[in-house]
Write a protein that binds this ligand. Structure first.
Ligand code: IMP
Ligand code: MG
Length: 180
């Protein structure tokens, strides 16, 4: 693998296809064991998680369902600041064992603002699975139950993650170079 140019920035190979699939399978094994005999509802957060969610979901042997939602965060004019709106949660989560699927937890803002909305709907349990976690970037405390890779605070693309909409289709994950 060699470095790639995405728009105006250079990225170097960081995680290979096989490194990624090993961790996806490990997380699936853990979930298969933890949710044995249950029917959890996976909730993929669009756009970034669609590839991880698809690969993870195919490794499940339990009786599971999946749906996707899109979270939009924006700055309001109120002093309350950012608001997160859920689009497309068309399924009831009341009484369900819910597993949120994220591509990456960075500052934790998106999820920490969305979780109370979800908890209001009284799921039976709520877990978070993320392929990537940048603990150094985390400013909103969040308990993450399943983590593929703990990574440094550097920008990544590939395997669903984008730089300005580009690079999601890369099979590997690439890291922004120092030179950019
Ligand atoms: P958070 O609310 O700061 O945790 O942001 C999480 C979201 O930001 C992720 O779901 C991604 O969509 C995006 N994001 C954070 N870090 C990266 C990265 O390194 N590459 C691409 N997208 C990222
Ligand atoms: Mg995302």
């Amino acid at each position: 693998m060699s470095s790639v140019l995405v728009k105006d920035k250079f990225f170097r190979p960081y995680l290979t296809v096989s490194e990624i699939s090993i961790q996806v399978e490990r997380i699936a094994d853990e979930i298969n064991a933890d949710f044995k005999g249950m029917q959890p509802l996976f909730l993929g957060i669009l756009n970034g998680s669609f590839i991880f969610a698809a690969d993870l979901f195919r490794q499940l042997t339990i009786d599971a369902e999946i749906c996707f939602i899109k979270l939009v965060s924006y700055k309001g004019t109120q002093s309350t600041g950012h608001v997160v709106t859920s689009i497309g949660l068309d399924q009831s989560v009341k009484g369900r064992h819910v597993i949120i699927v994220e591509d990456i937890v960075d500052t934790g803002k998106t999820l920490s603002e969305f979780l109370p909305q979800l908890l209001d709907q009284q799921p039976a349990s709520l877990k978070i699975a993320t392929l990537l976690h940048k603990p150094d970037a985390l400013v909103h405390p969040l308990h993450i139950d399943y983590i593929g890779f703990t990574v440094p605070n550097k920008f990544l693309v590939g395997y669903g993650l984008d730089y300005d909409g580009k690079g999601r289709n890369f099979k590997e994950i690439y890291q922004l170079t120092e030179e950019g």
